[in-house]
Design a protein around this ligand. Structure first.
Ligand SMILES: *Cc1c(COP(=O)(O)O)cnc(C)c1O
Ligand code: SF4
Length: 322
């Protein structure tokens, strides 16, 4: 079985919710199946693929913290996820066999945040931070809340799209138990994933006063066409979720079959501009391999020309701006 062979290298995991969101169960025929069902192509890696594609390791001052930008840190509280995505950028770092923060490591990570007054925002990630129990989440929020200079807590999670029933009211109360503003960024890549149960989880998140945003990865065979992106972003905005980022795929091992070129990504973003409301447009981002951070890959609409600029409108027509 392909699944067993892939599972020797990378974590594999699906649940009834994501199976239910699939129309077909083969990765070649369905945009949800393609995200979760192991594929033979994962068994080969290209030379330019990296175990740590965005250089998390080099920017980790203590275990569980990644500090690349002065005002914000990633705080990786667990390495497990409700399901395992085949294109995961931390593909070799997530899974049930990987390390979880131990008690002493957790206090060292929190000490690090406490000691640096430049840290304005803490981004809880993993793995999936919502794998923690409501009780443990409440403790995390209480500890972060007690740090004066931390003003914003952001949660990056797959749980909303992958296992909405685990977004319980108890969990949401735990997340909003501090005074600091909480933003939840849900990871979702296709409109088919926004099932009625996912919509219900989103409305409960919003009722709790948590701001809901989304991040998606541009993936070949999943969402690399205008219609798929349009339905995804419209579907999110209709439920009250603002699309925040569309990530260019990070080059983790065994993900070559998901690659889309930057030129194609920019072409898609250009096609969406004007076609959908500005509310529906996320920023298309590249995380530069090696840990140099993220940059927008926004298509160029404006070029210097003489004493002014040539500006291209959404239909492709040029105008001179003096
Ligand atoms: C992506 C990332 C962030 C968050 O970046 P934003 O532009 O604020 O969304 C922060 N720290 C690290 C190390 C990251 O990789
Ligand atoms: S939920 Fe996130 S961290 Fe977990 S497997 Fe998917 S992409 Fe990777």
């Amino acid at each position: 079985m392909i699944e067993d062979r892939v599972a020797q290298h990378y974590a594999v995991g699906m649940n009834d919710h994501v199976r239910g969101a699939m129309r077909f169960h083969s990765p070649d025929d369905d945009p949800v199946a393609r995200q979760y069902v192991p594929d033979e192509a994962e068994l080969s890696s290209l030379e330019d693929e990296l175990v740590d594609p965005i250089g998390d390791h080099d920017y980790s001052p203590v275990k569980g913290i990644v500090h690349r930008y002065p005002d914000r840190v990633l705080y990786k509280v667990t390495s497990v996820c409700p399901v395992y995505c085949r294109y995961c950028f931390r593909k070799t770092m997530v899974g049930p066999g990987q390390d979880v923060l131990r008690k002493a490591e957790r206090s060292a990570a929190l000490d690090y945040i406490r000691k640096d007054a430049n840290i304005w925002e803490v981004i809880m990630t993993g793995g999936d931070p919502l794998m923690l129990s409501p009780k443990r989440l409440q403790q995390e929020i209480a500890d972060l809340n007690a740090i004066d200079h931390v003003n914003v807590v952001r949660i990056h999670t797959r749980m909303v799209a992958a296992d909405p029933e685990r977004i319980t009211d108890e969990m949401l109360q735990a997340l909003s138990s501090g005074d600091k503003m909480v933003y939840l960024v849900m990871h979702v890549n296709h409109a088919q994933e926004i099932t009625p149960r996912v919509q219900d989880a989103i409305s409960r998140i919003r009722r709790q006063g948590i701001v809901a945003l989304s991040q998606s990865v541009l993936l070949r065979g999943v969402n690399d066409d205008e219609d798929a992106l349009e339905s995804l972003f419209r579907g999110l905005v209709q439920c009250g979720v603002k699309p925040y980022m569309l990530h260019h795929l990070d080059r983790a091992p065994g993900t070559q079959h998901f690659r889309v070129s930057i030129a194609r990504g920019q072409e898609l973003m250009r096609a969406l501009r004007g076609r959908v409301s500005g509310l529906c447009l996320p920023e298309y981002m590249l995380d530069i391999p090696g840990g140099f951070g993220k940059v927008p890959l926004t298509p160029q609409y404006c070029h210097e020309h003489g004493a002014g600029y040539d500006v291209t409108d959404y239909k492709g027509e040029m105008h001179y701006y003096e």
